[in-house]
Design a protein around this ligand. Structure first.
Ligand code: ATP
Ligand code: LTN
Length: 329
């Protein structure tokens, strides 16, 4: 019997993390390290489903790893590695692809959204990406997968694939549960509060990057789209204000009621500035730590090499069992 539950999650190195990535995912990862056996991965194999400049991908991958450490992932407590360093992911992908239905993959909303966004490159990898993700999770017999709400559908598919494999070939995979934080599971765009904040958004004002300086952060919040009401309260139809209140709550720990009271009688301008300041102050220590880690390439390389070794020794066991179960000699 294992004593602690296993947690696995990943993030793509497609650019600097946004406030959405941080509040919806990475911040929760750091808290979970105390209680669980955690495995965190920079999903560079997922990243090439969308065209990447090779030099930029290499740089972004190293930066994303440094950013994970800066956000508080401790390589002594957790396993932190880069996906392509562990070949088991590519191998498991094939085995699981043969237990996944074309129809299931066709229903993935992220596939539909990304193929609309990149109509000139609807590659097979973009289509089968949830299978690679299922492999990431199942290789480590993960119990819980902390992600933002946008990944829930991929996780449900992972569960279906695992159950189907277990039925066909005999029990092997642990069936994972999603772990979605209560606040900030979906941080919305500052310019269009009905769509999620995404690092690939073309409008730079829509998105807060966690390494941005205080002035930029405050300026972006001051420009955030709200409504024609003047009262700071959480209510249906007030998407912009609801989003700002969610963000404020996530970085200050204040409830919606407390926030409503705090800004009673004050206008949106004061509130937006306060949100900007709270976010910038919350992120300042991460920026400082990032500067330290990213300057120490030797340390980063040592961490990710050790991380990959640990990850591979766990994943290899599951992969060998899967190979045996399907009948490979
Ligand atoms: P891209 O814009 O390239 O699609 P992304 O910003 O959606 O990227 P991912 O690398 O796909 O980021 O996601 C990393 C993690 O961050 C996932 O767990 C995802 O659920 C979470 N996440 C991404 N955007 C948000 C958001 N706006 N709110 C909450 N969580 C988010
Ligand atoms: N597909 C995810 C990143 C990701 C992931 C994973 C998350 C890759 N592998 C395994 C959880 C578990 C994304 O784009 N956000």
């Amino acid at each position: 019997m294992k004593d602690k539950k296993i947690i696995l999650s990943g993030i793509q190195p497609t650019g600097t993390f946004t406030l959405g990535n941080y509040i919806g995912a990475v911040r929760n990862w750091t808290k979970l390290q105390e209680e669980f056996d955690c495995i965190y991965m920079i999903a560079n194999m997922h990243a090439i489903t969308v065209r990447q400049d090779p030099a930029a991908l290499r740089k972004n991958t190293a930066n994303a790893y440094a950013l994970l450490l800066a956000c508080g992932i401790d390589p002594e407590k957790s396993i932190a590695f880069i996906q392509s360093h562990n070949r088991c992911h590519a191998e498991m992908n094939w085995v699981l692809a043969c237990s996944t239905q074309f129809g299931e993959l066709s229903r993935m909303t992220q596939f539909k959204a990304k193929s609309e966004k990149h109509p000139d490159d609807i590659n097979a990898g973009l289509f089968t990406y949830p299978v690679l993700m299922a492999g990431d999770i199942l290789l480590y017999q993960s119990d819980l997968v902390p992600v933002g709400a946008d990944q829930k559908q991929h996780l449900e598919l992972t569960r279906d694939i695992a159950q189907r494999f277990n039925q066909k070939y005999g029990e092997l995979f642990t069936i994972p549960e999603p772990y979605i934080g209560e606040t900030g599971a979906r941080v919305m765009s500052l310019q269009d509060p009905t769509s999620k904040m995404s690092k690939s958004d073309e409008n730079p004002n829509a998105c807060i990057f966690i390494l941005e300086d205080k002035d930029t952060i405050i300026r972006k919040f001051r420009r955030a789209v709200t409504d024609s009401d003047t009262c700071v309260r959480f209510a249906e139809g007030k998407d912009g204000i609801n989003n700002l209140m969610t963000i404020y709550s996530a970085v200050t720990g204040k409830t919606m009621d407390e926030t409503e009271r705090e800004f009673d009688g004050k206008g949106y301008g004061d509130f937006k500035t306060a949100v900007g300041e709270a976010v910038a102050d919350h992120l300042a220590p991460i920026r400082e730590r990032y500067a330290q880690f990213s300057a120490d390439k030797a340390y980063l390389e040592k961490c990710w090499t050790e991380g990959a070794q640990k990850a591979e020794s766990i994943a290899r066991r599951t992969l060998s069992k899967a190979y045996r179960k399907v009948g490979f000699n």
